[in-house]
Design a protein around this ligand. Sequence first.
Ligand SMILES: [Zn+2]
Length: 130
Amino acid sequence: MAILTIENLDPGSFPYISYAIFQSGRVAYYQKRAYVTAFDGQSATCQVNEDGGVFTVILSAESKQQIHAGCDCGQSAKGTICKHIVASLFAAREYIAQEGNGNWQYRLMQALESTPKEKTVRAQRTRYAS
Ligand SMILES: [Zn+2]
């Protein structure tokens, strides 16, 4: 079971975000146009208000380091990270920072994540990184 964390939601760890997309996503977040509507530890549903429309972004944890992100604007279907996803990453990180510690289910998941198998995951990360 993988959970969303401040680490794997870090927009800086996504290799294929252009600077322009990153900036507009960050602006949307700072303008409070991105917010988390559902969060269960393993996945988060976010909404982003943009140009009069509302876009839904789903973030789900695939492993300790990897998440899957999809947006209904259609750009992510082509394998591109859109600004809505960037905005949602920021919003989800803020959500975890603010709400995560007060949520017993999330704390329990965090505790389970850091039990013995962590060693294996760390070893894998080193291999992928090299
Ligand atoms: Zn989008």
